[in-house]
Design a protein around this ligand. Structure first.
Ligand code: NAD
Length: 327
């Protein structure tokens, strides 16, 4: 049954049939996918949908609490059993992404002989207002989200380069893009993942390695205490998975892109540079001059706004600005 768009509402029938109009369903047959933290929440839904489309799935989960303490095999085992009961292929791994990323890759290689796709999804929360946040709360969250994703991606990277195929998804967050009260550690880690994604996308170009980032919002134990139940029930994690699958398919074009995704929303996020203020660099500048020109600096007039995707060419900027009058 190819129809796995899980619409409950009759009003959505028309949309549903549009979405299914494809002659070439996206398949993950013969692909091996590692999904960190896939014993529950978003990762579990990814695991189920990859397996349903033929992938061999490494279900990694430490099985600890939301704050990252403790461990248990149960979370990963249950997801593997569910996949197997539906005829899919999966193996459980219980390694901590922080202390044993090698073990996670080893499970993929030992069980399936390869790895094609890596979904960096494992995460914890240690929320505290900034004034009260301890060094440990800050570092623990950076360790799981950012350092964990760094380590496992770097282990997979030479394999991806050699086989000239690799797909990576980084799990960012709206909290990283916009900031969120009580989440200084989490926001820093999540925007760090966006930067990592943007650089890896550039380094991956000649090896057919595509790296994208998502900023999701979905019902899971991370959100169930902060959002009301009626809202949560519209934010089902299975609605996020189709974008993740698309972004890791053979045919995906995007790399280095960021997507915000929640309920039925799928939207791309990008950087924007205002038309800006150009002054001759041979002049001396004063804070008052900045204040007087603040409107120019901060104006996102559509006719002059740019959407940079790489470092500015500073020689170009210099030559442009040094031609300006000095007074
Ligand atoms: P979740 O708690 O259900 O899933 C995270 C999983 O990661 C858990 O199963 C946990 O056991 C596992 N994990 C934690 N530390 C680990 C470690 N060191 N090694 C291996 N596994 C570990 O929460 P979720 O909402 O499904 O979160 C999935 C990802 O999505 C996270 O990166 C989270 O920050 C991100 N995210 C979620 C939301 C949301 O609205 N739910 C919003 C933005 C970002």
């Amino acid at each position: 049954d190819d129809d796995d768009y899980d619409y409950d509402d009759d009003d959505d029938d028309a949309i549903e049939s549009n979405q299914n109009m494809t002659d070439n369903p996206i398949s993950f047959k013969d692909k091996v996918v590692i999904i960190t933290g896939s014993g529950g929440g978003l990762g579990k839904q990814y695991a189920l949908q990859y397996a349903q489309r033929g992938a061999k799935v490494v279900v990694n989960d430490l099985g600890g609490t939301l704050g990252g303490s403790g461990s248990s095999n149960k979370a990963a085992d249950l997801v593997v059993s569910e996949i197997e009961s539906k005829g899919g292929i999966a193996v459980a791994n219980y390694d901590n992404i922080v202390t044993n990323p090698t073990g996670i890759l080893q499970t993929a290689i030992n069980s399936f002989g390869r790895v094609d796709i890596l979904i960096n999804n494992a995460g914890i929360l240690k929320d505290a207002s900034f004034a009260k946040m301890t060094q440990k709360q800050f570092e623990d969250v950076l360790d799981v989200h950012l350092n964990g994703a760094f380590k496992l991606t770097q282990l997979c990277w030479p394999i991806f380069q050699k086989q000239k195929f690799g797909r990576v998804v980084m799990t960012a967050s709206p909290a990283g893009l916009y900031g969120n009260f009580g989440q200084a550690n989490y926001s820093a880690a999540k925007l760090g993942l966006v930067g990592l994604c943007e650089t890896l996308a550039k380094e991956g170009v000649k090896y057919n390695i595509k790296v994208n980032a998502i900023a999701p919002l979905a019902k899971s134990r991370m959100t169930e205490t902060i959002l009301p139940p009626d809202v949560l029930n519209k934010l089902l994690p299975e609605k996020i998975a189709p974008l993740v699958l698309y972004l890791t398919s053979d045919i995906v074009d995007s790399s280095g892109s960021i997507y915000e995704v929640a309920a039925g929303l799928f939207a791309q996020i990008r950087w924007e540079r205002s038309g800006g203020l150009y002054l001759n660099p041979n002049k001396s500048f004063t804070p008052e001059a900045i204040l007087n020109k603040l409107k120019d600096i901060s104006s996102f007039d559509p006719s002059t706004t740019e959407y940079p995707t790489q470092l500015n060419d500073y020689n170009f900027v210099y030559s442009k600005t040094s031609m300006l009058p000095e007074n």
